[in-house]
Design a protein around this ligand. Structure first.
Ligand code: G3H
Ligand code: 13P
Ligand code: ZN
Length: 332
């Protein structure tokens, strides 16, 4: 058993309380590799933003949980080296799908876990979430739960349609499970194709897709039921068109990729939404930068020469999200 406290990590409790009061959101960035982690830590240290490092089940399988845990521990030291005196870094399990997986993360130094039982019937979601909460709270690890189902693919949990969170269920769910934060469904979804072209309109000038707005009425109704309770938005990449264009220009094929407009995320950040999950945008930045190097310098074969530019572009992206979208700069 390793406590995250020994690793210099923090849980989400105080972070979320401050974010709700201050009208900003904490960035939750997924990572699978060193370059992503370096970019996240550099961006957070330079902007003095609290940050959540997220590890999905897929990331765990790809990079190995042990290695990722030590990387997060190393990230705390790296942040200090960069001049961030008291780094506020959370190591979080993203979309945990079983008690055993959540327990293994709690036991292994994670400071926060998500149990995603949103695809199960309501009472089963409550029972599994409560079991994880009861275990995690013994070690002061915070727990995110999910109610409502996002469209698209949730890690290895798939759902073709979105079912908005029912505001009339949230008090009962939060009370009976004891969860620390609640991921809700109000129209976001995972990946780079958040809406079909049929769900969007087209900007006549640029020909780009304009997605339908998020269901802020559902968010308002949830906040009315659970005043001051930490709310989480998954699937919140904005799919920057400059990266999509760059990928397509340099031989990629991402037709009609579309995300959540940043103004809507900015608006959500000012409410009880205090954690915003971003993964796809980082993947797009990485891919765009690598494709550019490959297209312009076909003779290049030193990975540092294409992973380096990818890291720089991701750092720029993370800083932009922190400063211009979530408003978490200067809060740690
Ligand atoms: O919510 C899903 C995250 O983007 C993680 O995706 O399972 O491909 O690592 P992944
Ligand atoms: P995106 O695919 O929109 O980046 O969402 C990531 C996410 O929700 C991770 O849990
Ligand atoms: Zn997610």
């Amino acid at each position: 058993m390793v406590s995250y406290k020994e690793l210099g990590l923090v849980n989400t409790r105080e972070m979320f309380a401050k974010a709700i009061k201050g009208g900003y959101a904490i960035p939750a960035f997924n990572f699978n590799n060193m370059e992503q982690l370096q970019a996240i830590i550099k961006a957070s240290a330079e902007t003095k933003s609290p940050v959540i490092l997220q590890v999905s089940k897929g990331a765990r399988n790809y990079a190995n949980q042990t290695l990722l845990r030590y990387m997060a521990q190393g990230a705390v030291e790296y942040a200090k080296e960069l001049g961030w005196e008291h780094p506020q870094i959370v190591l979080h399990l993203d979309h945990g799908d079983s008690f055993e997986l959540c327990k293994s993360c709690v036991d292994f130094g994670f400071s926060s876990v998500m149990i995603d039982a949103s695809h199960l019937p309501y009472e089963e979601n409550i029972a599994l979430t409560k079991k994880v909460v009861d275990y995690a709270h013994q070690y002061d690890v915070t727990v995110e739960a999910e109610l409502g189902v996002l469209a698209g693919v949730e890690d290895e949990v798939s759902s073709a349609v979105s079912h908005y969170t029912k505001p009339e269920e949230v008090v009962d769910f939060a009370t009976r499970t004891g969860c620390d934060s609640l991921a809700i469904s109000i129209g976001t979804s995972h990946g780079a194709y958040k809406f079909t072209p049929e769900q969007c309109t087209r900007d006549p000038k640029t020909g780009k897709l304009v997605p339908p707005p998020l269901a802020f009425d559902v968010l308002d109704a949830i906040m009315e039921q659970l005043p001051g309770f930490p709310i989480v938005l998954h699937g919140s990449s904005s799919v920057p068109q400059e990266y999509v264009d760059m990928i397509n220009q340099y031989g990629g094929k991402l037709p009609d990729a579309v995300g959540i407009p940043e103004e809507q995320l900015r608006k959500a950040s000012k409410s009880a939404v205090c954690k915003i999950n971003i993964d796809s945008d980082s993947r797009l930045a990485f891919t765009a930068a690598v494709r550019k190097v490959f297209a312009e310098k076909p003779g290049e074969f030193d990975p540092r020469k294409y992973c380096g530019p990818a890291r720089d572009l991701m750092e720029e992206l993370y800083k932009h999200k922190i400063i211009n979208v979530l408003g978490s700069d200067g809060k740690a």
